[in-house]
Design a protein around this ligand. Structure first.
Ligand code: NAD
Ligand code: GLY
Length: 350
């Protein structure tokens, strides 16, 4: 088992290995004195892994109650979030109890937001079961739900107490869902670590899962340690996200986050190269990463549709919106654009 320490407003560890869910109760008992847990999971993950986690928690001497919501981004709403809060209250969880989020980024973001706000904040544990959640969303303490106006518009920064990444759980992921995590993995290489990106282009990710998750977590942890609340460097993690979130919204959330980010990175690379903000060849490198792992490269929406969706994005500051561009492979920077600049960027992206 690997362990990565995350420095944040409250430090925590990320454990990475194969088969860790079966022993997660002992690891959780080591970081909390609480003996009551509300397990929050989705309808696909529950029949696969909930029993294993419940048994392990009970073996560690804990009481467990389990809440299951319908799987998918369409559930990441105020309504489901409200239902989770109601469940915590009905089960009389107190401030010294904790929530465990079992599943992908949707379970983690939503259960994390419930934990951040229930009785003004209780502890939570992340038990990611998608490659994306293990490599990205379970680390860093961003929690949220979507609003009709856009992605993740209601949320909080709330660090978990512990993250347990069981890479064996990825064996049951559909190929497309695994690829969602590949998109965020390529992103980490593109923005922060050229050697890692080159490794991903030489080696099949599936042959190196714990090592790849570990590098993803290290890259994200380093950024979060410097800028937990996204006033500066953390914005770099949003490479491909301004237009990626716009694609998700335009599709009514039928395009998954990872697939939307994959296309968003291509669009950002094309626009930046055309506008002279990234060196020539950047777009070709981003395209090569997507093609190698079967990720999409084409956008189904017009510049007007993307612009309208992106201007509702919460990354807008006053009259400005931040976009991330690659200075070279492995190094990124943020560019604040006014609304005319964003329009020009979106038009250059297509
Ligand atoms: P998800 O949680 O919807 O999971 C994808 C699908 O895989 C779901 O149908 C789920 O039921 C299923 N699934 C999960 N684990 C499985 C397993 N082991 N075997 C079989 N099926 C399994 O989506 P995701 O891609 O994990 O996460 C995307 C979400 O994460 C988005 O809402 C995105 O905004 C968010 N996100 C948050 C952050 C952050 O920093 N908080 C970062 C990136 C993404
Ligand atoms: N996924 C972007 C972040 O965690 O900041």
């Amino acid at each position: 088992m690997e362990r990565v320490h995350v420095r944040a407003s409250r430090d925590y560890d990320v454990l990475i290995g194969e088969g860790l869910l079966a022993g997660c109760g002992g690891e959780i008992a080591a970081v909390t004195a609480s003996r009551r847990c509300a397990l929050v999971t989705d309808s696909t993950v529950a029949p696969l892994y909930a029993r294993r986690v419940e048994d392990s928690l009970r073996q560690a001497g804990m009481d467990v109650c389990t809440y299951v919501f319908p799987a998918g981004e369409q559930s990441k709403t105020l309504a489901t979030y409200g239902a989770i809060l109601g469940f915590l209250a009905e089960n009389r969880l107190t401030r010294s109890d904790f929530v465990a989020a079992l599943g992908g980024g949707v379970a983690g973001d939503m259960a994390g937001f419930a934990a951040a706000t229930y009785q003004r904040g209780i502890d939570y544990i992340q038990l990611p079961t998608t490659f994306l959640a293990a490599s990205d969303s379970s680390v860093g303490g961003k929690t949220a739900v979507d609003l009709p106006a856009g992605k993740n518009l209601a949320g909080a920064f709330w660090p978990p107490r512990l993250v347990v990444c069981d890479c064996a759980a990825f064996s049951t992921l559909p190929a497309d869902t695994f690829a969602d995590g590949v998109a965020e993995t390529l992103k980490h290489g593109l923005i922060a670590d050229r050697d890692f990106f080159d490794f991903l282009m030489r080696q099949p990710i599936r042959d190196h899962l714990p090592a790849v998750v570990r590098r993803n977590v290290e890259i994200k942890a380093a950024v979060v340690a410097e800028d937990e609340f996204e006033s500066g460097k953390r914005k770099l993690l949003n490479f491909g996200h301004t237009l990626g979130h716009a694609i998700e919204k335009c599709s009514g959330y039928t395009v998954t986050h990872g697939h939307a980010v994959a296309v968003g990175m291509v669009l950002a690379a094309r626009a930046a190269e055309r506008l002279g903000l990234s060196p020539k060849g950047t777009l070709e490198t981003v395209l090569a990463g997507n093609r190698r792992y079967g990720l999409p490269t084409e956008c189904a929406y017009t510049a007007e549709e993307l612009y309208d969706a992106a201007t509702g994005d919460k990354k807008r500051r006053g009259g400005k919106i931040d976009v991330v561009v690659l200075e070279e492979i492995g190094r990124a920077k943020t560019i604040p654009l006014d609304m005319d600049g964003l329009r020009a960027f979106v038009e250059a992206a297509l």
